[in-house]
Design a protein around this ligand. Structure first.
Ligand code: SF4
Length: 94
């Protein structure tokens, strides 16, 4: 979830093996690894968390997303099924 919206939904394997949403990728990159050789490059988000009372227009994550496109600033991404049982709300997967 990001700012009160579900942004990705799927099985454990789907989420961890084929992470789709840029925010999910950032969250997963922050998980500490016992084995340093398994560690992924940490994704550091830019900016601060916007107010959930007055969220950004379009995709709520767009002000912090490194993959933001013009459409992201105005259009709310639909929550669509990308793969069998794996849902995501992101314009990258339309
Ligand atoms: S819709 Fe756009 S801003 Fe939102 S997560 Fe996807 S690429 Fe980033």
């Amino acid at each position: 979830m990001y700012l009160g919206k579900v942004i990705e939904l799927g099985t454990r394997d789907a989420i961890f093996d084929n992470t789709l949403h840029p925010y999910s990728r950032a969250l997963i990159s922050a998980i500490p690894q016992v084995d340093p050789s398994q560690a992924k490059e940490r994704i550091i988000l830019k900016g601060d968390l916007p107010s959930p009372v007055k969220p950004p227009s379009g995709c709520r994550f767009h002000v912090r997303c490194s993959e933001c496109m013009e459409i992201c600033k105005t259009d709310i991404p639909e929550f669509l099924e990308y793969d069998d049982g794996h849902f995501v709300a992101c314009h990258l997967y339309k």
